[in-house]
Design a protein around this ligand. Structure first.
Ligand SMILES: *Cc1c(COP(=O)(O)O)cnc(C)c1O
Length: 362
């Protein structure tokens, strides 16, 4: 088998080795089926079992009760930027958006095409280096919903609380921290997450939607943009991402086998602490972007004194087997994405590399 290197990519991102091995082993023919997951009909008994088990395991992991439906759609998290307002904004035609980074701004942009957007809070003037406090949220009690991004993949900040929105449904883009910890799903109207950060391959987006909100989806919507239609058809109005859903199912089983989300959170916290400690103890050689109380456990963003030094680090790190450390093109610097499947040893090895780099370059 090929040697694997450390993959710090923000997404598509590292997957559990056990999952990759199982998928590889069964790719030629699923046990007792005699056909590959890439070849079977989405209307087959085999696939019914795969999608049902994936949903059941996700329900187990996140404690999702029967008031909620789970959908697997396509078009990425980006299509949800449109589907959320198209389905949930009418008839009030106004919603609150909390801006904490590039993705929430993109969500807001699409929502504005549908109705009135009230920016309930924004940390843009502070380079999105923190998450607003509850007391800073200027919420409209009459809004159709409140939208926020729980983890800001590009800036490296993460909400460490869920905003209180009273009776207004809370909508969350959880693309880059879904399944990294337990959340109380009952506090949400809708959660969406592209799979390719922490759950599976690209090409499939999970939506957890409170069933009463399905009544908001108007019959006048285009069929493929209508949550109610997707729900009534069990995410199979059209051909879903069969392979993507299969991998999500394997990842869910891997999480359950490894102790569930509380265990995962503990490991994620340990991994992030190792890296933030290195940054904090570097006497400003490495400068973290996020303020300490807003730091993401998934995406750790930092800068060096000059862009040349950043380039040097990235090229030496790549040569040493640490891939994907370049920050997002919109903010520069460095970013280490250390999702669930990223091994703790990889973070420890990166820290050794960073300390060595510092001693040679300061
Ligand atoms: C990656 C990402 C997106 C965009 O996902 P696509 O699947 O490429 O549309 C949206 N929101 C967040 C928080 C992300 O990390």
């Amino acid at each position: 088998m090929q040697k694997r290197i450390y993959n710090f990519s923000a997404g598509p991102a590292v997957l559990p080795e056990d999952v990759l091995k199982e998928a590889q082993e069964n790719l030629f023919a699923l046990p007792s089926v005699g056909m590959s997951i890439l070849e079977i009909s989405h209307r087959s008994k085999t696939f019914d079992k795969i999608i049902d088990e994936a949903k059941a395991d996700l329900r187990k992991l996140l404690d999702i009760n029967d008031n909620y439906d789970i959908l697997f759609l396509q078009g990425g998290a980006s299509l949800q930027f449109s589907m959320v307002p198209l389905n949930l904004m009418p008839p009030k035609n106004k919603a609150d958006y909390i801006l904490t980074g590039s993705w929430s701004k993109k969500a807001q942009k699409e929502a504005k095409r549908v109705g009135i957007v009230n920016v309930a809070a924004s940390t843009e003037s502070e380079s999105f280096n923190r998450i607003p406090k509850q007391s800073e949220l200027n919420l409209d009690p009459d809004a159709a919903y409140v939208h926020y991004t729980s983890n800001n993949t590009i800036y490296g900040t993460e909400w460490h609380y869920e905003p209180e929105t009273g009776n207004v449904p809370l909508v969350c883009d959880a693309s880059s921290d879904i399944l990294s910890k337990k959340i109380n799903v009952n506090k949400f109207g809708l959660i969406y997450a592209g799979a390719q950060k922490n759950m599976g391959p690209s090409g499939v987006t999970m939506i957890i939607i409170r069933k009463d909100l399905l009544a908001r989806s108007s019959d006048s919507l285009h069929t493929m943009l209508n949550y109610k239609i997707h729900s009534e058809n069990g995410s199979m109005y059209n051909t879903p991402s069969t392979f993507g859903i299969y991998i999500i199912g394997l990842v869910a089983k891997w999480l359950i086998k490894n102790g569930g989300l509380d265990t995962m959170y503990k490991t994620n916290k340990e991994k992030a602490d190792v890296l933030y400690k290195c940054i904090d103890e570097s006497k400003d050689f490495y400068k973290g972007h996020a303020l300490p109380d807003s730091r993401s456990l998934m995406n750790i963003t930092f800068r060096l004194a000059t862009e040349d030094l950043e380039k040097k680090l990235i090229s030496e790190a790549t040569a040493a087997g640490f891939d994907g450390l370049k920050g997002h093109r919109s903010v520069g610097g460095l970013r280490a994405s250390i999702y669930n499947a990223f091994p703790k040893k990889g973070v420890e090895d990166l820290v050794l590399f960073m300390k060595d780099f510092q001693s040679k370059n300061s």
